[in-house]
Write a protein of this length. Structure first.
Length: 162
């Protein structure tokens, strides 16, 4: 039901996850210019000598975000099963925290690989705004969980009155 506040929170989680999925989430700069782009599915060195670097793409980040989008959409649809909604929202929060930890890990790995290459300037990581959206999504999932739990308490209290 769209009237519920937690549904709006979950819709915002879906929108933020889609925006984060489709955009660059980090840049590596050396000497003031970008040398590599970092997105949810690819790591793309731009400038020589960094283009010689062989690195596997961070596909796990994209898979986690796709799972978050699917679970949040499913959670909105099953509004009659509030207990399952609460469990899926908690699982979504766990996935988003896992995304943040995986993002930090890939950032560290690519920083190490770029530092191994002999270049005039050592690359520095620049965080993009889109990388913060999963953290905002964790907060929104928590708020949605609180709303779902409040609805469940209300329904249970009304059942006791009958």
């Amino acid at each position: 039901m769209i009237q519920r506040l937690q549904t709006l929170y979950l819709l915002i989680v879906i929108i933020l996850s889609i925006v984060s999925l489709c955009s660059t989430i980090g840049l590596y700069n050396a000497g003031g210019e970008p040398v590599a782009e970092f997105s949810n599915f690819t790591f793309n060195p731009i400038v020589e000598p960094f283009t010689q670097m062989q690195a596997a793409g961070p596909w796990a980040l994209g898979v986690i975000l796709i799972a978050v989008i699917a679970i949040a959409a499913f959670t909105i649809v099953i509004f009659h099963k509030r207990v399952l909604q609460m469990r899926l929202t908690i699982f979504n929060m766990i996935l988003l925290v896992g995304y943040i930890l995986t993002y930090a890990f890939f950032t560290w790995v690519y920083q190490q690989k770029l530092s191994e290459i002999q270049a005039p300037f050592q690359p520095e990581f620049q965080l993009k705004l889109n990388a913060v959206y999963p953290l905002v999504s964790v907060i929104l999932c928590f708020l949605a969980f609180r709303g779902i739990r409040r609805d469940e308490k209300l329904v249970r209290s009304l059942e006791r009155i009958r």
